[in-house]
Design a protein around this ligand. Structure first.
Ligand code: GLY
Ligand code: MN
Ligand code: MN
Length: 440
């Protein structure tokens, strides 16, 4: 693992620097200070929320816990890491910099946050990038998070470097390991909380280290798309299990969903059929594929299942045009993935900040761009039995075409989502998730 990252990191750093060169030129600045961020304190308290680092900071180097540090960069010069390492006996200070990346930075240790300005290139026209605080206002920054700078960075980072792809392969492998442990725990009769614990134990990551809080849903809980509880009690009956959970490696995420039936029943057949639809879609993650068109194709696939499994007594085409497929698939097919789970830039038309609108009737589609080589996207079609949406469908003029008794029977399963992370390649996209499960 370290060997490949050591080999790939220098080129990654060159690409990042080149993108920052472009962004600084577009915005008209000579230098940049990328702030990692500071912990946020709870209201009326002296405790902090879990710290989440600025994604633009961890784009430079694999430091996710280095709060109050900066990456300072002047085009053509070695980047500087202004590393906050306090003497502290209340909290464990960040460790001394170590690893394959350190030789590429001029590292300046500071013991107090207020010592940072002395190490920042504020004598030039230096722009600030990150979460702004009032205490910075006399530090000499020329501007704060200008749109033109952010647009270039957010647009260009959709294309992953070989180093980033390798980090995401490792995050996928770790995720697959966690998923296997979670399935075993489900089969053994564990509660949601116990399943969550087994995922964390198998991946070696605490909940705060994961890229997003794991979704561990038994039975009808799967009908809440981002179900956030981990029920401590075990359900009386065990019908189905949906797990949407990933890991984070050097700041890069995996985002994986699998759904299981407790028995070899018709729900299991539906999972299998949706899996086929999902794999067909994943194969189309190729350069020049319009993601909006792929999202539309997902609706046709889901509509065909609704027809074939006799949930709706209409041809698939009509299930889509009538809008009924949106009752069962009310989210987007996928999104960009990388430094963030829902990586920004999914609707950008160019580095200038113009956007590609979402298709009418599909407000939750996060990705409207045409795919390019080495984008990483999720492909995550789903089919859910959501009470509130079914209640609306009951009022629809097509309600008579819906097989309500069968839907009532399937309510207990909650729903299905199958989600892979796919690196866009011509010919054969690289399905990071399927590869990881094969190797696990
Ligand atoms: N885990 C959140 C998502 O799949 O988008
Ligand atoms: Mn997910
Ligand atoms: Mn996702």
């Amino acid at each position: 693992m370290t060997e490949a990252l050591t080999r790939l990191y220098p080129d990654h750093l060159k690409t990042v620097a080149k993108r920052f060169d472009m962004a600084l030129a577009a915005a008209g600045f000579d230098a940049i200070a990328v702030f990692a961020g500071s912990p946020h304190t709870l209201f009326l308290d002296d405790m902090d929320y879990p710290f989440r680092v600025n994604p633009h900071f961890k784009n430079w180097l694999p430091l996710c816990q280095a709060h109050d540090s900066f990456v300072a960069y002047v085009p053509g010069h070695k980047p500087v890491l202004v590393y906050y390492q306090p003497e502290d006996y209340w909290y464990l200070p960040p460790a001394a910099p170590a690893g394959y990346w350190t030789g590429y930075f001029d590292i300046r240790i500071i013991k107090r946050p207020e010592d940072a300005p002395g190490a920042l290139p504020v004598a030039r026209r230096c722009v600030f990038l990150g979460e702004w605080q009032d205490r910075f206002k006399n530090w000499g920054f020329a501007d704060v998070n200008p749109e033109s700078l952010l647009n270039t960075l957010n647009y260009t980072r959709a294309v992953k470097t070989e180093y980033e792809l390798e980090c995401m392969r490792i995050a996928s492998a770790l995720g697959a390991k966690g998923h296997q442990a979670a399935e075993q725990a489900f089969r053994a009769g564990a509660s949601e909380f116990e399943i969550h614990t087994s995922f964390c134990a198998a991946t070696g990551q605490t909940d705060n280290q994961l890229p997003y809080s794991a979704i561990i849903a038994l039975n009808e809980h799967a009908s809440t798309l981002h179900y956030q509880n981990w029920d401590l009690s075990k359900p009386d009956h065990r019908h189905a299990f949906l797990i949407d959970a990933g890991t984070q490696v050097n700041g890069y995420a995996s985002d994986i969903t699998r759904t299981y039936s407790a028995k070899p029943d018709e729900f299991q057949e539906l999972i299998y059929a949706l899996d086929q639809v999902q794999q067909q879609l994943a194969k189309k993650a190729q350069p020049e594929t319009d993601f909006k068109a792929l999202h539309a194709e997902a609706h046709h696939g889901i509509a065909q299942l609704l027809h074939d499994f006799e949930f709706v007594k209409l041809p698939a085409e009509d299930i889509v045009t009538s809008g009924i497929s949106c009752t069962f698939l009310p989210h987007g097919l996928g999104h960009l993935l990388g430094l963030q789970t829902h990586d920004v830039g999914g609707s950008m038309a160019s580095p200038r900040g113009d956007t590609i609108p979402k298709p009418a009737g599909h407000p939750f589609l996060r990705m409207t761009r045409v795919l390019k080589e080495n984008f990483v996207v999720t492909i995550e079609p789903g089919l859910y039995f959501i009470d509130s949406l079914l209640d609306k469908l009951r009022q629809d003029k097509n309600a008579g075409q819906v097989n309500w008794p069968k839907l009532a029977e399937f309510r207990k399963y909650g729903g299905i989502r199958i989600e892979d992370n796919v690196a866009v390649k011509s010919g054969k996209p690289e399905n990071l998730t399927r590869d990881a499960f094969k190797q696990a």
